[in-house]
Structure formats: structure tokens, C-alpha cells
Design a protein around this ligand. Structure first.
Ligand code: FDA
Length: 303
């Protein structure tokens, strides 16, 4: 219930103004966002990779409705990748892109064009791009853009949301790709998505089976210990070594678990967002866990 309200709020301009207006909000946001400037993201990358983790960096922004902002987002990614190049991290530092941030809602071909430029900049520094997945109305378009990108940049990855009924079939179609499997973070109707946690978890395992048995590179994006254990078991059953799949978690969520997995020999990548358009991302993180709301409210009361 609270989660649904927060997800509804994540798309409300009124709620955006109210939440952004609290002076302490920034302090709470900082738990999930690495900073405002590209320099903050580079510094976080340096720190996390120094600790044995990989990163995927997200320049915050979504649902862009004007060309100028879409162009700016694509440029921000290219500059970020140029700033990362001297660190010589190759694929240990990649980027995650929301197509809606680079113009998907305005013109799909413009978003493809921007994504191509970002992929080219990533390739120049030996890195890759993964497309985030947004609400269900964008899935066909995002997978279409992915197919076009993979003709020139076959390493381009995509997120698949286990909560959508269609996703098991999508996992089959994405054989040979880098696929980030997530539970799904948007408010979706029962006509397209499982609604209960239990059903979503079962769907996640079904998708995981397909990916682990396939020829691609599964990216198991979850903080859920049961799913992490199942992923390890399935990888083992399929004879997949630990360098043929990876775990992914969000910046600011279960940092100790990220390090423990990496120290035990798994590949672990942290999703690192930066930028000032943090509202939608932050609200989805609150919706995922009621304790985060309590943390936010305590900060508001100054405790
Ligand atoms: P679940 O929500 O059941 O959490 C399991 C446990 O993890 C919780 O009990 C808690 O301990 C901890 N936890 C989870 N979320 C937390 C939070 N916000 N704060 C504190 N603790 C938390 N979604 C999407 O729709 N499109 C996308 O492209 C992506 N991309 C993406 C990348 C990466 C690297 C990750 C990890 C996640 C995404 N997601 C996403 C978000 C995803 O769909 C999902 O909402 C979150 O990962 C939460 O689901 P879990 O699998 O972690 O399980």
C-alpha cells in the first residue's frame, strides 16, 4: 500500500515539489546517490573498484520531454566516459542508460542515435552500456533499440523485469546477450505483471533458469539473499564459472553484502547514480523498503 503510494508519488509533479523542498532531503538522497557532478561518480568509481567491485554508472534523468535535455543527457554520458578513460578500468566501469532520458518519448530514432553515441564512447574506453528497463509501455521500444544497437555493439546489455508476464519469453529471445535480471520497480497493472512478492520471486527464478542455461551473460541484480543463493546453485548446475555471470546491487543498499560476495570470489557490480534529477529514482528506492521511509521521516524530524 505504502509502496504503491510512493510509486504514484514518483510521477506526481506536486509530490516532487513537496519532497524536493525539504532541506534535509538532500542528506537522505545522498545515501542512494553518489553526488551531483560527474567528478563525484568518478571518485565513487575509483573507491568501489579499489575495493574489488565493478560499477555501472547512471546519469540520473528520465521521461525527458524536450530535445535539449535529451541531447544534454547523451553529452553527459559521453563526457563521463571520457573522464573514466584514464582510469583504464575497461568493462569494470560501464554505464546504464534510460532511453527515456535520451528522448525515447519524443522520437525513438533520436533515442537510438543518442544511445549509439554513448555506446561508441563506451567502446573507445573498452567499456559497455546496459539499457535500464522502465514502465511496461516502453519494453517493446527498448528491446527494438537494443536489437539495433547490438548490430554494431553486440556487448550492449538490457534489464529484464521478472514481474512482467512476458519476461520469461523475453529471456529466451535474448539468448547470447548480457541480461540484467531485476524484480521490477514500477507500479504495473495486473493485466501485465504479477502483483504479489511471492509470484514475482517465482517468476524471477524461472527467468534465472533460462538465463543461466543460455549462452549469454546473466547479471543477477537483487539484494535478496534467497535469490542470490539460487543463482549460485543454478550457475553451478550449468557449469558456469564465477566469471560467466555477475551479481549487481544498488549504491547505498547492502554495501557489506556487496563486499562479502566479492571477497568470496563472485563478480559484483554496483549501480551508481549521480546527477541532480534524483526524484524518481529516490522515490522508487523508498517504495522498495518501508524502513527507508522511516529513515527519511526521522531525518525530517532531525533525529
Ligand atoms: P527485495 O525488494 O525483495 O529486497 C530484498 C532485500 O534487499 C530487502 O529485504 C532489503 O533488505 C534489501 N533492499 C532491497 N531494496 C532496498 C532498498 N531500496 N533500500 C534498502 N534495502 C533494500 N528495476 C527496474 O524496473 N528497471 C531497471 O532497469 C532496474 N535496474 C536495477 C539495477 C540494479 C543493479 C538493481 C540492484 C536493481 C535494479 N532495479 C531495476 C530495481 C529492482 O527492480 C528492484 O526494485 C530492487 O532491486 C529491489 O528488489 P530486490 O531484488 O533487491 O528484492
Amino acid at each position: 500500500m505504502l509502496g504503491s503510494l510512493l510509486l504514484a508519488g514518483s510521477r506526481s509533479p506536486l509530490a516532487r515539489r513537496a519532497v524536493s523542498g525539504f532541506p534535509v532531503t538532500r542528506k537522505v538522497v545522498d545515501r542512494f546517490v553518489s553526488g551531483v557532478d560527474p567528478g563525484d561518480a568518478v571518485e565513487t568509481t575509483r573507491r568501489l573498484t579499489g575495493a574489488g567491485l565493478a560499477v555501472t554508472i547512471d546519469h540520473l534523468g528520465e521521461e525527458v520531454r524536450d530535445v535539449e535535455t535529451a541531447v544534454g543527457a547523451a553529452k553527459a554520458y559521453v563526457s563521463l566516459l571520457e573522464a573514466l578513460a584514464p582510469l583504464e578500468l575497461g568493462g569494470r566501469a560501464e554505464v546504464s542508460v534510460k532511453l527515456s532520458a535520451v528522448g525515447q518519448a519524443l522520437d525513438e530514432s533520436m533515442a537510438l542515435d543518442h544511445a549509439r553515441r554513448i555506446c561508441a564512447a563506451a567502446r573507445d574506453c573498452g567499456s559497455t552500456v546496459t539499457l535500464d528497463m522502465e514502465d511496461h509501455t516502453t519494453v517493446d521500444s527498448t528491446l527494438g533499440v537494443l536489437r539495433a544497437l547490438r548490430e554494431d555493439f553486440p556487448d550492449t546489455g538490457v534489464a529484464v523485469q521478472a514481474y512482467l508476464y512476458r519476461s520469461e519469453a523475453d529471456c529466451r529471445d535474448l539468448a547470447g546477450s548480457r541480461v540484467r535480471l531485476v524484480k521490477g520497480a514500477y507500479r504495473e497493472p495486473a493485466s501485465v505483471a504479477y502483483q504479489s512478492r511471492h509470484e514475482v520471486d517465482l517468476a524471477y527464478v524461472r527467468c534465472l533458469r533460462v538465463l543461466m542455461a543460455g549462452t549469454g551473460y546473466p547479471m543477477v541484480a537483487t539484494h535478496d539473499d534467497r535469490l542470490i543463493a539460487i543463482a549460485e546453485l543454478l550457475a553451478d548446475q550449468q557449469g558456469r564459472d564465477r566469471d560467466r555471470y555477475e551479481f549487481q546491487m544498488l549504491y547505498g543498499v547492502r554495501a557489506d553484502r556487496q563486499l562479502a560476495l566479492a571477497e568470496a570470489g563472485s563478480r559484483v557490480r554496483v549501480y551508481v547514480p549521480y546527477g541532480d534529477d534524483w526524484y524518481g529514482y529516490f522515490m522508487r528506492r523508498l517504495a522498495e523498503r518501508p524502513a527507508n521511509v522511516a529513515f527519511f521521516l526521522r531525518a525530517l524530524r532531525g533525529k
